[in-house]
Design a binder for this molecule. Structure first.
Ligand code: ATR
Length: 278
C-alpha cells in the first residue's frame, strides 16, 4: 500500500444499514482504483474527534449520515454556501492542505433522480407540493428553488414549521395547512414526500391523490420499500413515479468525484445491486 491508496467512508450512528459502502466500492472496482470505502460507526459524543481525525489518518473524507448531518457542520473549516442554506452537510472532503470542507449533495441527488425518470423534467413546469418540513425537505426545497421552481407548497403536519420554511426560503415558497393538503394537489406538476411516512414499519402517508393531475410526477424520499404506498397509489392511477433510491445513488456521485477524481454514473448494474439489498 502506498500514499495513493484512497480511503473514505460513512460516519453515522448506527451506520451498519448504510448502502454507501456498496455504492462507492462498486465504483472503486468499476474504475479499477486503488482505495476503499468503509463504515465508521461514530457515537454523537465522538463526532468532533472523529471528524478532526480524518486528516490525521490521511483519509480523503467521508459521508455524514443520521444523526450527525447538522452537528457536523460545526467541526469543518468551511461549509459550501448550498449546504449552509440547507443547514446540514452530508460530505466532508479533506483538502490538500488538510482543511475540512463540508458539502451537501442530497438535493443534487434528488434532482438527478427526477431527471433519470423524466429527462425533460423542469422545475418550473407547475406548482410543486412538498410534504414535510424536516431536514430532507430542506435539501429538496433548496435544490428545487435553485433548479428554477416558481411555486413550492410546503405541506406539514405542524403548520409552524411550514410557515418557517416560507419565511426562510422566500417568495416562491408557500405554507399549506395539513387539512388543506389535498386541495394543494389540484394543479401540481410534482408531489414529493419527504417524511418517513410509508417507510417499512411506518404507516402510509395519510393523503388521497384524487385531486392530483395524472400528468404530475410523484416522488418519495423513502427507499425502503422501493415502492411506498404513496408511489403504488400514484402508479395505479397513471402518474409517473420516482422512488428514493435514485436520490441515494445520485447524491454519492459528487462525493466520489471529489475523493477519487472520477465522476461516476448510476448504471443499471449498480441500481440492481443496491435494489437487491432492499
Ligand atoms: P428528516 O431529517 O428525515 O426530514 P425530521 O427533520 O425529523 O426528519 O422531519 C420529519 C418530517 O416528517 C417532519 O416534517 C414531520 O412533521 P412535523 O413537523 O409535524 O413533526 C413529518 N412527519 C413525521 N411523522 C408524520 C406523520 N405521522 N404525519 C405527517 N407528517 C409526519
Amino acid at each position: 500500500m502506498n500514499n495513493s491508496f484512497i480511503i473514505a467512508g460513512v460516519m453515522g450512528w448506527p451506520v451498519a444499514h448504510s448502502r454507501s459502502p456498496l455504492i462507492h466500492n462498486h465504483w472503486i472496482r468499476q474504475f479499477n482504483l486503488s482505495g476503499a470505502y468503509g463504515f465508521f460507526p461514530v457515537q454523537p459524543n465522538n463526532l468532533e474527534s472523529a471528524i478532526r481525525g480524518l486528516q490525521a489518518l490521511g483519509l480523503a473524507g467521508c459521508n455524514i449520515t443520521i444523526p450527525h448531518k447538522v452537528n457536523a457542520m460545526a467541526y469543518v473549516d468551511w461549509v459550501h454556501p448550498l449546504a449552509k442554506r440547507i443547514g446540514a452537510i452530508n460530505t466532508i472532503v479533506v483538502q490538500p492542505d488538510g482543511a475540512l470542507h463540508g458539502f451537501n449533495n442530497d438535493g443534487f441527488g434528488y434532482i438527478q433522480s427526477l431527471l433519470d425518470a423524466q429527462p425533460n423534467w423542469r422545475a418550473d413546469a407547475g406548482p410543486i407540493a412538498v410534504i414535510g418540513a424536516g431536514g430532507a425537505a430542506r435539501a429538496i426545497v433548496v435544490s428545487l428553488l435553485d433548479a428554477g421552481a416558481t411555486e413550492i407548497r410546503v405541506i406539514n403536519r405542524t403548520h409552524d414549521k411550514a410557515e418557517e420554511f416560507a419565511r426562510e426560503f422566500g417568495s416562491a415558497v408557500f405554507s399549506v395547512k395539513w387539512d388543506a393538503r389535498e386541495d394543494a394537489l389540484t394543479d401540481a406538476a410534482l408531489l414529493v414526500n419527504t417524511t418517513s411516512q410509508g417507510m417499512h414499519g411506518e404507516p402510509a402517508l395519510d393523503i388521497s391523490l384524487s385531486n392530483l393531475p395524472t400528468s404530475a410526477l410523484v416522488s418519495d424520499a423513502v427507499y425502503i420499500p422501493l415502492e411506498t404506498p404513496l408511489l403504488k397509489e400514484a402508479r395505479l392511477r397513471g402518474n409517473r413515479t420516482v422512488n428514493g433510491l435514485g436520490m441515494l445513488l445520485h447524491q454519492a456521485r459528487p462525493a466520489f468525484q471529489a475523493w477519487f477524481g472520477v465522476m461516476p454514473e448510476v448504471g443499471a448494474a449498480l441500481y440492481e445491486k443496491v435494489a437487491k439489498t432492499i
